[in-house]
Design a protein around this ligand. Structure first.
Ligand code: 13P
Length: 248
């Protein structure tokens, strides 16, 4: 049986106090399960609260939603990897579609963040995915390949093996319109092909993200290409999230 990974991206929600309340309820409802890893990506201000609350749960890790590639300096508003680590994070999302398309993050910046995380012995969760017009133009696989190639070219096989991939089609994020399990699986297969061409040996962990909820998680995970899910809106309710991470 494959391992499954469930990641909660809280985006710009849930401060420290709400995070503590969430975790008291979630942890009681969600004991560790063999072969199952959980991640929380809280707002930077709540990383420490989450990391403290999940101490003793080796199956749960905490990450930043974004990091700067420089370890320190005059970068107002940014979070460095050492700062995120000091708060309890051991990884970060990189290249989330909201960073790319709302904040204008480039492929080159994404590549620097992946490298900086690997150099700091932290886990990058690299997000890739196409916009609606790109899907309609049949460019899904080419867009993902370009984003992966830009972010990962030049990494060793050992470094590639430490990167988690999240396939998040932009049109599915926060829209209530998830990719069908078949379409998600097809994109994952193409991503595996690109990763192999980049030098990855072995099987990557590839999560699907985009309007995942309690009603569609089972059908998505029935596709063996999917190694889990990266979830926004449906991860904000403790009981609902406990139900999702029990799926599969
Ligand atoms: P939703 O689950 O709200 O569609 O968000 C997906 C996402 O962006 C996770 O990173």
């Amino acid at each position: 049986m494959r391992n499954l990974t469930f990641a909660a991206n809280w985006k710009m929600h849930t401060g420290p106090e709400d995070a503590r309340t969430f975790l008291a309820s979630f942890l009681a409802a969600s004991p560790p399960k063999a072969g199952r890893d959980l991640w929380f990506f809280p707002s930077a201000v709540a990383i420490e609260a989450v990391a403290t609350a999940v101490q003793g749960r080796a199956d749960i890790r905490v990450g930043a939603q974004d990091v700067h590639w420089e370890p320190k300096g005059a970068f107002t508003g940014a979070t460095s990897i050492p700062l995120a680590r000091a708060a309890g994070a051991t990884g970060a999302l990189v290249g989330h579609s909201e960073r790319r398309h709302v904040f204008g993050e480039t492929d080159a910046e994404t590549a620097k963040k992946v490298r900086a995380l690997l150099a700091a012995d932290a886990t990058p969760m690299l997000c890739v995915g196409e916009k609606l017009e790109q899907r309609e133009a049949g460019e899904t696989d080419a867009v993902c390949a370009r984003q992966l190639t830009a972010a990962l070219t030049g990494l060793s096989a050992e470094e590639l093996a430490r990167v988690i991939i999240a396939y998040e089609p932009v049109w599915a994020i926060g829209t209530g319109k998830n990719a069908t399990p078949t379409d998600a699986a097809a994109a994952h297969r193409a991503i595996r092909g690109t990763l192999a061409a980049l030098g990855l040996k072995g099987r990557a962990t590839i999560l699907y993200g985009g309007s995942v909820n309690a009603g569609n998680i089972q059908a998505l995970l029935a596709e063996k290409e999917l190694d889990g899910a990266l979830v926004g809106g449906a991860s904000l309710d403790a009981k609902g999230w406990a139900g999702i991470v029990a799926a599969g």
